[in-house]
Every structure is written in structure tokens, then in C-alpha cells.
Design a protein around this ligand. Sequence first.
Ligand code: M6R
Length: 366
Amino acid sequence: EKGGYPHFMLKEIFEQPRSILDSMRGRMIAESDHMMMGGIREFENKFVNAERILIVACGTSWHAGLVAEYLIEDLARIPVEVEYASEFRYRNPIISERDIVVAISQSGETADTLAALELAKSKGATIFGICNVVGSSIARATDAGAYTHAGPEIGVASTKAFTAQVTVLSLIAMILGSKRGTLETSKLRQLMVELESIPSKVEKALELNEQIIKISEQYKDATNFLYLGRGYNFPVALEGALKLKEISYIHAEGYPAAEMKHGPIALIDEHMPVVVIATKDSSYEKIVSNIQEVKARKGKIIAVVTEGDTTIPAMADHVIEIPETSEHLVPLLSVIPLQLLSYHIAVMRGCNVDQPRNLAKSVTVE
Ligand code: M6R
């Protein structure tokens, strides 16, 4: 059932070219700029005229929500707030009938996410679900939704569900941008073509596996890790850190790179591995200077860069090259090496990667 892989997690990481394709299949035809998503069509007017979109989720699904905030605000110009479901439900939030609340959940059974959407529903908001498990409690409680088609995810650490969520959220941002007229047709077309090429680029990123095994050997005994990213790669930094801590039990923190100088920089010495996601995008120059700041304090840099980069390889201790893509879609590629890194480090430390201690696949109690 693990398809020849030693763990479900590795199998699921390697399934991503297919699960991403399945999550976009039938939802766009790049040649004709045509995009369709049943759940959105039902509530098209509400979506297009929404004053605000609130996203509620937990864990990795919350990270996918953060990526969506960047996507929807940039492409569709609708204000987005991303909330931890557990905080949202208990802080007497301001919700109106003009709000759209998007609940993201792989399992569709997360207690806090379900309670958060029930609360929003009672205040009259329109509830949209992005779930992986068909017929799950959250899917049933929503007004409309779009399923991710990642297939069953068995490993407790979410991998293919995350990329499927980001795929669906990218499509939603593109649809809304095009309906609202905030995304030009030429730009839309470009993004569609780019999205279509993601599965084969993920395939390419998976070829990094051997290189990542070697890097993992060097860092498996580290006691702390820092993950830094900016823009679309900031949520990826959070996700990389979460993956490492949950399965390898190494303490890891994800930060927006520029926040480093407001505190975490004090942690950096020659024993601190710092994973920097520094792909060629609008924050590239800035992140290069963040790398210099780490090197000046003797931190070890593991950099995820765009293929062909020549500046960062001259500064970093290890360079992981991923294919080039639009910055809007880069999380779908930059997260891959981080999933592999956490997987291999955890295996080398003898951890139970599919069922880490103290964790359950779905958190059905608060
Ligand atoms: O099923 P959900 O997407 O609602 O689950 C949310 C979190 O419990 C989940 O993402 C958790 O953080 C994962 N173990 C992360 O890998």
C-alpha cells in the first residue's frame, strides 16, 4: 500500500506531480483563458463583490491560507484576513453578511475549524470550504466549496494536501482576479500556462532527493533550525519549520526574513542551520542581504534558489536549485525540498515519520 516507498510520507511527497494535476484538472483550459469552479460559480456575485475574505484553518492548512492572502490580495484586490480557527472562534470576531469565510482543511474534521465556520455561519457569512476528504464534516457544513483532489493522505505530516490546497487557492485567486477585472487577460494567460507546467517542475524538484539526503546527513544532529522566507515564500518558511519539528522533534522556527533582525538574529552562531528560501522574485535582493547577515555571524546557510542563480551559491553553504516559475506559484515548488529535508532528517534520527509522537492525523478535539 506504500507503493514500494518505506513510508507513506515519502510516497505522498512523490505523488505531488499527480495530486497537483488532479487538483487543477477540469478547472482550467489555458489555451482559451477558460477557468471554471462549480462552487465559485454558485456564489459568483457574492465572491466578486465581497468586502473581505476571511480564511480560517489550523496548522499546514493555515499556511496554505497565508499563501492565499498574498494571491487573492495581489490578483483579485479583495482584502483577506487569515486566522487561526482556534483564536477566531473565541475572540468575538466581527463578521457580516458581506463576508466570505473560507475554511481550509485536509481532513474536514478539525474541531476548531468546524467551530469557527459554524460561528461565521451564525452571523450570516457565506461559507466556502476547501477540503480533501469528500463528505467530511466541514465539507458538509459549508454553503459551497472546492475539493482538493490530493487523494488519501495517511502520513500525519501534511505534504500533498498542502500543495493541492495552494493549487486550488491559486485557481480561485485567478478566477476572482479575472472576474473583477483586476487581472489582465495576458497576465491570466501567463499564470495559467505557468500553473500547467507546475506538475513537471515538481517532478524536477523531486530529483533533488539524493542531494537532500546528503545535506540531511550533515544536519541531522542539529538542535535548532531557522527557516526564512519573504513574500510568497514566507508561509513556506513556516511550513518548512512545522514539517521539521513535527516529525524530527528538532526545534525549528519559521520567520519572515526581515524580522530576523528584530530578535532571532541573536540565536545565530556556527551551530545554527538557517534554511533560506531565496528564489528570484521581487524580494530577491533583500533576501540576499539577509543571507549576508547570517553569514557574518557564522550561521550555516542552506539556500533554496532558482536554477541558474550565481550570486547566492557564492555565499551559501548548500544550494538547492528549483525550476523557475512565477512568484505567485513558487510555494508549490519551494516547499518540495523542505518536505524532503524534514523527511530524511527524521528518518536518520530514527523517528516514526508517519505517526509522530503526540500527534493525530485529524485533531477532532479542541
Ligand atoms: O485536516 P486539517 O487540514 O484541518 O488539519 C490541520 C492541522 O491539524 C494539520 O495541518 C497539521 O498541522 C499537520 N500535522 C501538519 O503537517
